[in-house]
Design a protein around this ligand. Structure first.
Ligand SMILES: Nc1nc2c(c(=O)[nH]1)N[C@H]1C(S)=C(S)[C@@H](COP(=O)(O)O)O[C@H]1N2
Ligand SMILES: [Mo]
Length: 527
């Protein structure tokens, strides 16, 4: 059988196929990025590959190049970066398409390579976790599959050269399939953008937010709040290390421009406050150790930060709670609620805050941006509502909070607790003096003593580091004479005494319904 094509057409065919292969590459890359954008809307906006690679790039740009870019492009430098990235991505994607048609797997290898770079960038961003890999992994997998299938069709067209049959695809059908993929890519990207638009706004608003200076600043951290034992939890917990507990599958993204707090219920006057109005009120600053009721004995669900915010008492004074009210049910934008005794919020001395700042920064999104509650002395589940939008003044008899309907208490004063940070459990320690150190907390009451027990020996006083305030944890240390104890396994146990003289409860109790009790112990081996 002879070819029905003219020589010119035969020549045109591979060239046309090369063009289509390049187009297929670009469209497949579009699908990869579109799908990734959609997945990122559920993970976090920063995990989208273009954003992640762009941010990673900015982090690694040498200062001279950054300065030159800013000098040349001013505040458009990010736009120029994104446009340059778009150009580079388009060229590489076209190359991947052509390469895949040239040899099976070569284009795919390029896709995998880009995917690996994107994953690397996403998981090394500040605050990233393993889930930040998901958008790139899923996106590039989709892009790779599209590339492979479309190029195979194209190959079939070229293979059918000169022997057209009704079953083999035509260039037209490949182009049609490519158009469908392009439409899918655009839809995924649009959906992703729609879903994460609020997230972008929140991230941008947070970045642009300047916190007001406190009318009542926190006192300076006293010298000597650290116990000097290497390995003890830092006195102030950096935001990035602060424990995070909430019911939010994706972090709520609230643009402060749209935020408001409604105060209603048993009040003389309903109050609604915008973020701008809140920021204009006199701010107080204080250090408070937050604790989760789910913290097990010896657990790490506690953190100490400097909070900046408006006294909740000031807001409630405007609304004027009615006689008979004894609880405030605070609600978040994502459906969480907490029941806090009204008195804990109206008592100015308690220092409950509608916090907007954490350790000198606007609240991180994960910790309640733009506004959360911080109430000294109460476990988070009954007080520390993040993304708070609503305060209902009510009665314990009339309303029930999120966790209370799930078997937890409706009240949650923090129980006195102490923890051994050093040495770690099952550590091997040398004979001689072994430094033992940790933290103890009894928010609102303070810590007056910490005692350490070795095996079944007598309780010995530990050395207390300086007390900052009654609402923060306190470090302690103990120089253990391990030589006297002798080689072998030993148990170190700790207990605290609060500011009222009450000894920490030794009887073991599980966290539910209102907080664990028991003395923390670690087993170590003296060599
Ligand atoms: N909106 C909202 N706020 C919340 C929660 C939540 O699930 N949703 N969890 C609470 C609990 S149980 C605790 S211990 C603290 C934890 O605050 P953090 O994540 O900033 O450490 O937030 C509280 N505020
Ligand atoms: Mo909690």
């Amino acid at each position: 059988m002879t070819s029905i094509s003219s020589p010119a057409a035969t020549q045109a065919r591979p060239r046309a196929s090369t063009g289509i292969a390049a187009l297929v590459g670009v469209v497949s890359a579009g699908l990869a990025l579109g799908v990734a954008q959609l997945v990122a809307a559920f993970v976090r906006p920063q995990s989208a590959p273009v954003l992640a690679i762009g941010s990673a790039f900015i982090d690694r740009v040498p200062p001279w190049l950054k300065d030159t870019a800013i000098r040349l492009f001013g505040t458009n430098d990010k736009l120029v970066l994104l446009a340059s990235m778009a150009l580079v991505v388009t060229l590489l994607a076209a190359l991947a398409g052509v390469a895949e048609r040239w040899r099976r797997g070569v284009g795919l290898a390029l896709v995998v390579l880009f995917g690996v770079v994107a994953v690397g960038a996403a998981v090394t961003r500040a605050g990233a976790g393993p889930f930040d890999a998901a958008p790139s992994v899923i996106g590039f997998a989709a892009g790779g599959v599209a590339l492979r299938l479309l190029v195979e069709r194209l190959r079939a067209v070229d293979g059918a050269n000169g022997s057209p049959s009704s079953s083999s695809p035509t260039r037209r059908s490949v182009l049609a399939a490519t158009a469908w993929v392009a439409a899918a890519a655009a839809s995924a990207a649009a959906a992703g953008r729609a879903l994460s638009g609020a997230a972008r706004d929140a991230v941008a608003a947070r970045a642009g937010l300047r916190l007001p200076a406190p009318a009542v600043p926190a006192s300076a951290v006293p010298a000597g709040v650290e116990n000097g034992v290497v390995g003890t939890t830092p006195y102030l917990t950096p935001n990035a290390d602060f424990y995070r507990i909430d019911t939010a599958l994706t972090v709520p993204s609230i643009d402060p421009a749209t935020w408001s707090l409604r105060v209603h219920g048993l009040v003389e006057e309903e109050v609604e406050i915008s973020f701008e109005e809140l920021l204009a009120l006199p701010m107080a600053e204080s250090r408070v150790t937050l604790t989760c009721v789910s913290n097990e004995v010896g657990g790490g669900l506690a953190g100490n930060a400097t909070w900046l915010g408006v006294p909740i008492a000031a807001v409630l004074e405007r609304a004027r709670p009615q006689a008979g009210a004894d609880m405030v049910l605070s609600r978040s934008s994502d459906g969480f609620s907490a029941s806090t005794p009204l008195s804990a919020l109206t008592d100015r001395d308690r220092g409950a805050l509608l916090a907007v700042g954490m350790n000198g920064e606007p609240l991180p999104l994960e910790h309640g941006f733009p506004v959360r509650m911080v109430v000294p002395g109460l476990y988070g589940f009954v007080s520390a509502t993040k993304w708070v939008v609503d305060l209902e003044v009510t009665r314990f008899a009339d309303a029930t909070a999120y966790w209370t309907t799930r078997g937890w208490s409706d009240q949650g004063p923090i129980k006195t607790a102490s923890r051994i940070d050093v040495p770690k459990g099952f550590a091997q320690v040398a004979q001689g003096t072994v430094p033992v150190g940790g933290v103890a907390w009894a928010q609102t009451r303070g810590i007056s003593a910490v005692e350490v027990q070795v095996d079944d020996g007598p309780w010995q006083p530990a050395t207390l580091a300086a007390q900052d305030g009654l609402d923060t944890w306190r470090q302690w240390s103990y120089a253990w004479d391990a030589a006297a104890a002798g080689p072998g396994a030993h148990t170190l146990r700790v207990r605290a005494v609060d500011g009222t003289g009450a000894v920490q409860v030794g009887e073991r109790a599980a966290p539910a319904p209102d907080g664990a009790t028991g003395w923390h112990s670690v087993s170590v081996t003296v060599q």
